[in-house]
Design a protein around this ligand. Structure first.
Ligand code: ADP
Length: 258
């Protein structure tokens, strides 16, 4: 069964009394366990589409479903990780990671055990009792990742999650998130404007067009996600192909396999 289905979906906003489409006629199906990157510069409706999947916004036309249901409200089944981490500054790391579990009314002892498991998974055991202000940006994003995973979501949505990080930390976190997502068999949808990030992480890269946001091409890199080397010819060819697609004016909606 199709896990995520987006069919002829559009989202229209009112702007200065006129209708304005953030994305239009988008169709995409995602299987369980896939890692999808929605790629393109800003203003292409990527975040709005992610919000429609996460139940924060609703599409004005078409179908957006996860396991056959339209997401109508934020849920722990589909958790979003944002660029700005979204941590509570007055809570230590462990208590931040426990946040979603508290909402689920998980008993205290279990909450603590689960939080510690994911804190270890993201490599932060040594700072589990620190406040976020004592951590680097990369560490804060690791806390946000641990918090998201702690509620065992079916889908992980990520909106420019590494955008605020320096390149070295960013690459390390990309490696870690990819490993964790594949190991935990999560479905992941990540919004990014970074071509290399998409070419490295995704099972399929969905390249978007502007005004309104649409799907231009879907690129399937030849090497499976998680087994790519940033120095390999395959990776460099995929990256260059995506740059080429972004530069061309075509707006066909076709699968494009390198
Ligand atoms: P991207 O993620 O590709 O940068 P967004 O989905 O954030 O694109 O935004 C696409 C367009 O939709 C932008 O022009 C943005 O200003 C507009 N938009 C997004 N949310 C709203 C909203 N709530 N009301 C009006 N316009 C919006």
């Amino acid at each position: 069964m199709t896990h995520i289905e987006i069919r002829n979906a559009s989202k229209t906003f009112q702007r200065n009394g006129r209708k304005f489409a953030a994305f239009k006629n988008v169709s995409l199906t995602v299987e369980r366990g896939e890692f999808i990157c929605l790629l393109g510069p800003s203003g292409r409706g990527k975040s709005t589409l992610l919000n429609a999947l996460a139940g924060v916004e609703s599409a004005t036309e078409g179908v957006v479903t996860i396991d056959g249901e339209t997401p109508k409200a934020p849920s722990v089944r589909y958790v979003t990780i944002f660029q700005n981490y979204g941590l509570l500054p007055w809570r230590i790391v462990r208590k931040n990671v426990e946040l979603g579990l508290e909402a689920l009314k998980t008993p205290k002892k279990t909450r603590r055990e689960i939080a510690e498991k994911y804190i270890e998974l993201v490599g932060l055991s040594e700072v589990k009792n620190e406040y976020p202000s004592r951590l680097s940006g990369g560490m804060r994003q690791r806390v946000a990742i641990a918090r998201a995973l702690a509620v065992d979501p079916e889908v992980l949505f990520m909106d420019e999650p590494f955008g605020a990080l320096d390149p070295v930390v960013r690459m390390k976190l990309q490696d870690d998130i990819l490993k964790i997502v594949k190991q935990e068999r999560k479905t992941a949808i990540l919004v990014t404007h970074d071509v290399e990030e998409a070419a490295y992480l995704a099972d399929r890269v969905v390249v978007t067009t502007p005004n309104p946001g649409r799907i231009k091409k879907i690129v399937t890199p030849p090497t499976p996600a998680g087994r790519r080397d940033r120095a390999s010819v395959d990776f460099l060819l995929t990256r260059d192909k995506i740059f080429e697609i972004l530069r061309t004016k075509s707006s066909e909606n076709v699968d494009y396999v390198i």
